[in-house]
Design a protein. Structure first.
Length: 192
């Protein structure tokens, strides 16, 4: 269905995320991957969805040479904990600090997606609430040492070991936590 809808577009996914690549394959979307380096800095006064909307848009602005049939999709995900954004950890120490902060608490995973071509530009977002059990230092260290979650917002992947043993509850889209609000993106693309 979606493949038919997008047949006149050259869909470009601007993401390094193997999880997002897999979502597009699973949705049966024909797409190419194009990457442009963007310094992911946002104004400090932004909060929650304002941050991810800003960054998804910033990534789309790097593509100044879109052709008529190009359809560019960029995205950004953060973990929002106690009024603070957690991005990707810089190293093991940073990942430990993030997971220790998430332990025993609820947080939000926020993802924004920019859909853009020469005729229109739309940004959508989704929020999922995730509850972690109290994690031990041994559990956190085991996860970091074995899964190296340095490419994941908040220092964890829900689809990995830490998700299996640590997440007590989620409210909202599981796939949004993995990295893309697939249900919302599908609907937006079907409505083109």
């Amino acid at each position: 269905m979606l493949k038919q809808k997008l047949k006149f577009y050259n869909v470009i996914l601007a993401s390094k995320s193997p999880r997002r690549h897999q979502f597009f394959k699973d949705l049966d979307i024909k797409f190419s991957i194009q990457l442009k380096e963007v310094e992911e800095i946002y104004p400090k006064e932004l909060k929650g969805t304002e941050i991810t909307d800003f960054l998804a848009n910033l990534k789309s602005k790097a593509f100044t040479d879109l052709q008529e049939k190009d359809l560019l999709i960029t995205s950004d995900t953060i973990v929002w904990l106690e009024n603070k954004a957690l991005g990707k950890p810089k190293d093991a120490k940073d990942a430990f600090t993030m997971l220790r902060a998430l332990s025993g608490k609820k947080h939000e995973v926020i993802t924004s997606v920019s859909i853009k071509n020469n005729a229109f530009h739309k940004i959508i977002n989704d929020i999922t609430t995730v509850s972690f059990k109290e994690l031990t230092d041994d559990e956190i260290n085991y996860y970091i040492n074995n899964y190296k979650p340095f490419d994941k917002a908040g220092g964890y992947g829900i689809q990995e070991w830490i998700g299996y043993i640590g997440i007590e509850n989620i409210e909202g889209s599981y796939f949004n936590v993995v990295g893309l609000p697939v249900h919302k993106l599908y609907q937006e693309l079907m409505d083109l």
